[in-house]
Design a protein around this ligand. Structure first.
Ligand code: KG4
Ligand code: ZN
Length: 339
């Protein structure tokens, strides 16, 4: 009998559902929430309401597109945290209701664990080159920036993390300063491709060891623009592509320097990136370049598995299901949930 897992992801502003069977992805759907764009950031209350509206049709479509019947689902996995509590509550409650009505196990998944596990999503007909252990992963998202050693599917060790802002926050906050829409990361990425990364220099933090810091860069960028705009009110528009390219290059260098250090310290040469910022073309290229120099075996997930998605929850849930790691119906979501 195959093992079939339905997964729900609702930690922030994407309502997503996916189905995995025997480790292979059958379907994965995301309903994005455009409602936040005009506010320049995610509004938690609106996110919860949108999840509530989206979750049934998204799950329905995920099951239909997987080509399975509801009675073929063996367990339901859901994101327990970290994330916005109201958003998490919608997914958690839905998963509990589904599990109860079908009399199947409930599997809780840590969103950060799942971002890393995106490297193990297999698809029928795809190449499916999967990392072995130990695996060194740079997890970079809107809320987190961490260096992680994956020892096995369930054992992850954090080597370092940000002491202030996350890399995604640095992208998004600097984009806001330039008047770009939210989320700014993908917008900067696109504009950067036409700009000169060496045109402007911004502050790189001096943090010992494997921790990160991005708040100094953000402040430096803000003050630099404030002074430049005093001289020329059109400075941002006149230099937008070069500003984006220079900022992106600074962020990527900060990330890559620590990844190189982590590989040197641990001796691990199987290296990957995960999380929303891993969609960044500058970071993806930098990892490719570094791997050629250092002989690393690198793993870069498809873009759709780097930003928030339920496929990563499904694959993590699948491995937990195989181990019999089930949640009780008393389980509650966690806004903060360490890996
Ligand atoms: O993993 P994710 O989808 O959600 C969280 O768990 O936070 O990450 C979202 C973050 C946002 O900060 C967004 O701006 C950033 O990922 N991001 C990017 C790109 N695509 C998404 N940052 C830089 N370049 C991109 N192409
Ligand atoms: Zn995420």
């Amino acid at each position: 009998m195959p093992d079939t897992i339905l997964a729900i992801e609702s930690s922030c502003d994407d309502t997503s559902a996916a189905v995995v069977r025997d480790g292979f992805l059958l379907s994965s759907l995301i309903a994005n929430q455009d409602v936040h764009i005009s506010y320049g950031g995610v509004v938690p209350e609106l996110a919860s309401r949108a999840h509530q509206a989206n979750i049934v049709p998204v799950v329905d479509q995920a099951i239909i597109r997987a080509g399975i019947g509801v009675d073929e689902i063996d367990a339901v996995a859901f994101t327990r945290g970290p994330g916005l509590l109201g958003s998490l509550l919608v997914g958690t409650s839905f998963a509990k209701g589904f599990a109860l009505s079908r009399d199947i196990p409930l599997v809780e998944v840590n969103h950060l664990h799942a971002h890393v596990m995106a490297h193990w999503i297999s698809q029928q007909g795809a190449e499916n080159r999967l990392p072995g252990f130990p695996f060194l992963c740079l997890l970079v998202s809107g809320g987190h920036t961490q260096l992680i050693v994956v020892k096995d599917f369930m054992t992850l060790e954090q080597l370092g993390s940000t002491i202030d802002d996350a890399a995604g926050e640095a992208f998004d906050k600097c984009a806001k300063v330039m008047g770009l829409p939210y989320p700014g990361g993908p917008v900067i990425d696109k504009l950067a491709s036409k700009g000169d990364p060496g045109r402007f220099r911004f502050a790189k933090p001096r943090i010992e060891g494997l921790d990160f810091s991005f708040s100094g860069l953000k402040t430096n960028f803000l003050y630099f623009l404030r002074d430049a705009v005093k001289e020329n009110t059109n400075f941002i528009d006149d230099n937008l592509e070069d500003l984006c390219a220079s900022l992106q290059s600074t962020i990527v260098t900060i990330l890559m320097d620590k990844l190189v250090l982590a590989s040197r310290k641990t001796g691990i040469r199987q290296v990957g990136i995960a999380g929303g910022v891993a969609a960044n073309s500058g970071l993806r290229n930098a990892l490719l370049e570094e791997s050629k120099k250092r002989g690393w075996d690198i793993f870069i997930p498809p873009v759709r598995f780097t930003t928030d998605n339920a496929a990563m929850i499904a694959i993590t849930g699948y491995f937990k299901y195989l181990k019999g790691e089930f949640a009780s119906h008393g389980v509650t979501p966690l806004a903060r949930y360490a890996i």
